[in-house]
Write a protein that binds this ligand. Sequence first.
Ligand code: G1P
Length: 175
Amino acid sequence: MIKFVYQNKPKGTGDAVLKCQKYIKNKYFLMLLPDDLIIRNNCSKEMIRLQKKTNGSIIATKRVERKTVSRWGILSVKNKKKRYFQIEDVIEKPSIKKAPSNFAIIGRYILTSKIFGEIKKLKPGQGGEIHITDAIRSLIKKGNKFYGNIFMGKYLDCGTLSGYINSGIQISKRK
Ligand code: G1P
């Protein structure tokens, strides 16, 4: 069953998630941003596996070109293993200078329901929006564990016009 909620004003990802609070009954929930496509391997399944292993919150991540870091939330990396690492900090759309790595947040998250309390405390951040990234940051600072899942699948970036067109072509080639 699919339930819809509406965000009447584009006040940011944090504000959008908050609108779903009454439907979230479990300790953890999966959040997917529809403009980030991942093909070939099921990213959500990988993330659920890592959530069970670590008992923390999980964010899907891939390295992006350094010169593009200001388009993403960027992760600060601790104890990197082959396919995952602990997240020490997150910063929303940093300049190249301020980016702690080139591991970008790709739109798949497994979040603790504690996130709702943090969103409610936020003031508008970057670009005047309520960012989920800032709520995640507060939870990390309070000692909640977050892990970056370096996913296996192919990421199709729909965030630029050429990326969007290319994604359409790649999807149309699939059987
Ligand atoms: C959102 C997040 C950002 C993330 C991106 C992935 O940004 O705020 O941290 O890297 O999705 O697509 P938006 O695309 O809404 O600007």
